[in-house]
Design a protein around this ligand. Structure first.
Ligand SMILES: [Zn+2]
Length: 246
């Protein structure tokens, strides 16, 4: 009888540990739908998990910093992680650990887009939808759109969490020509977003964009940009919004 009870207790203990183990393993499930980090990351780290982190914090690297998504945790990544942590009320130590990941998980949708932007908002223009017909393949277009959206999410938070709307994201080459573009511009790569805000002026958007990781900013005063702010993640810096002092 006592042996039987002992076995029962042992079985219960095993069951309890199994439940605990399962719970521990599945706890970050909401994040797993997109991407979960399996280790803390700090300066010197390299890998795809660093690149995944860089995509999400690139909008926080500082004024005029358009950081590379290169999978190498250097000075800019450290600065970006610090900026992200400070912006969301976390301890700003520049090391990405559980608290930083938890905040990112809160901010990302199952398809990896940031919560205030979606692929539906940025896919093919001219009513076409989708990601084909651009200057690069559909997968690259989507990758670029994701990078632009995370910087837009940073911009939105920087500007006081007031809504930003994308009026044009990816455009096929045909669509780009149709709306008066060259047919090979940044929108055909998925790297560009045209933004407006319902309660934020275009100049405020353009000015804030300088600290949100964008390589290009074109806004009021630049030809054909008086009704939106164009931002994109091209390398280098190309800014012009003369009416906003840029
Ligand atoms: Zn544009």
């Amino acid at each position: 009888m006592s042996r039987m009870r002992a076995s029962l207790v042992a079985a219960l203990v095993t069951l309890t540990s199994l439940v605990a183990l399962t719970t521990a393993t599945t706890a970050p499930a909401h994040a797993d739908e997109c991407y979960s980090w399996g280790r803390s990351l700090s300066p010197g780290a390299t890998g795809d998990d660093v690149a995944q982190l860089q995509v999400r914090v690139a909008g926080w690297a500082g004024y005029g910093v358009n950081m590379a998504i290169d999978g190498s945790y250097g000075a800019q990544t450290t600065q970006a992680v610090r900026g992200f942590q400070a912006a969301y009320g976390l301890s700003a130590d520049g090391v990405a650990g559980p608290a930083t990941y938890a905040k990112i998980y809160e901010l990302q949708d199952p398809d990896c887009t940031p919560i205030h932007f979606s692929y539906a908002e940025v896919d093919g223009g001219c009513g076409a939808g989708g990601y084909s017909g651009g200057s690069v393949g559909a997968a690259t277009v989507q990758r670029n759109l994701l990078r632009a959206m995370w910087r837009a999410e940073a911009l939105r938070h920087r500007l006081g969490d007031r809504p930003l709307t994308v009026t044009s994201g990816f455009r096929s080459q045909a669509c780009d020509r149709q709306v008066g573009g060259s047919g090979t511009g940044q929108h055909t790569y998925g790297t560009a977003l045209d933004l407006v805000g319902s309660s934020t002026s275009l100049c405020t958007i353009a000015q804030g964009s300088r600290s949100a990781g964008f390589g290009a900013i074109f806004g009021p005063g630049y030809p054909d940009h008086d009704d939106h702010v164009h931002v994109d993640v091209r390398a280098g810096r190309s800014w012009s919004a003369p009416s906003c002092g840029i």
